[in-house]
Design a protein around this ligand. Structure first.
Ligand code: NAP
Length: 287
């Protein structure tokens, strides 16, 4: 039976540390603040926004929601994003994506100042992540994976890690962050040959695929650590969701595994807060 790497203790420990950093900033007369930019009212966005606000409240981080109708015009929205980016009291910006098709998302993303880009929406942030420049924020999910590995003291140096998925949101940045910690990383994707064998070679498997329960007993071996990033509708339990890993078949084999729900996904909003606090510290030359 594998040890479950639950997100809750990670979040608790992070909250304690971040509350102190917020207090230290407030003592200097600075209140770190997250700006949440939302176009329309998609249920997924509202759900994430609700979680983010709750986490901000729990550590004393301020936030402001900037809400626009689905039919907002390109010029009007560009102007709004520029103004939000220029606000002195906003240190981090979360903009929900994808934007409606009527908007040029690439152009709008580029308007977010890199130093406030706490969820890595700009190519500037991606470039910094790839250049190991720690002033650039990775997307929250890859950082959440790293926070879990750090909290549970899982050694990475010299370890072989197989990352399944090469998106700019998860696969590629998590591979960069793992390499920063001196892991030997293999990135796999839909054209990888004999994926089960490549996964079996690893000490750690990170699944970021978007295919419910794809990583099953054929992909793993005893002693491995499995980080499941996936969030998918559960084909076997309507209304519930599951990971990219078939937990029931993999958990009895491996040494440690993140559950879904309650694993990586549960750590992302506290990472958003951490990035906002870091941005605030850097913008005030306190980092
Ligand atoms: P994505 O952009 O769709 O990328 C999926 C990646 O998986 C692609 O690189 C794709 O390969 C690869 N892939 C697809 N089918 C494959 C197969 N049969 N064998 C090997 N590789 C395969 O997805 P994403 O945004 O990275 O998200 C991945 C998962 O993480 C999803 O379940 C998503 O819901 C979840 N997610 C979770 C969080 C969180 O907070 N926990 C946040 C973001 C995403 P190609 O490049 O060759 O197409």
């Amino acid at each position: 039976m594998a040890e479950q790497l639950r997100g809750k203790p990670v979040v608790q420990a992070m909250k304690e540390e971040l509350m102190q950093r917020v207090e230290a900033l407030k003592a200097k007369g600075i209140t770190p603040k997250l700006g949440i930019v939302r176009v329309g009212a998609r249920p997924d966005d509202l759900y994430y926004e609700g979680g983010a606000k709750k986490t901000c409240d729990s550590i004393g981080l301020a936030y402001e929601v900037f809400e626009y109708p689905e039919d907002v015009g390109q010029a009007e929205f560009e102007q709004a994003v520029k103004e939000i980016g220029a606000k002195q009291d906003i240190h981090g910006i979360l903009m929900f994506s994808p934007l409606p098709k009527s908007l040029d998302e690439k152009k709008i993303r580029a308007l977010i100042p890199v130093e406030k880009d706490v969820d890595s929406l700009t190519l500037g942030s991606a470039g910094k992540v790839f250049a190991d420049d720690e002033t650039g924020f990775p997307p929250c999910t890859p950082t959440a994976c790293m926070e879990i590995l750090k909290h549970y003291k899982i050694p990475l140096e010299g370890k072989r890690v197989t990352v399944v998925g090469r998106s700019l949101v998860v696969g590629k940045p998590v591979a960069m962050l793992l390499m920063r910690e001196n892991a030997t990383v293999t990135i796999c994707h839909s054209r990888t040959k004999d994926l089960p064998a490549v996964c079996k070679e690893a000490d750690i498997v990170v699944a970021a695929i978007g295919r419910a329960k794809m990583i099953n007993a054929d992909y793993v071996k005893p002693g491995q650590i499995v980080i499941d990033v996936g969030i998918n509708p559960d084909p076997d339990r309507p209304g519930k969701y599951c990971g990219d890993v078939d937990f029931d078949s993999v958990e009895p084999i491996v040494e440690k595994i993140t559950p879904v729900p309650g694993g990586v996904g549960s750590v992302t909003t506290i990472v958003l807060c951490k990035h906002t606090i870091m941005a605030c510290e850097m913008l005030n030359n306190l980092a």
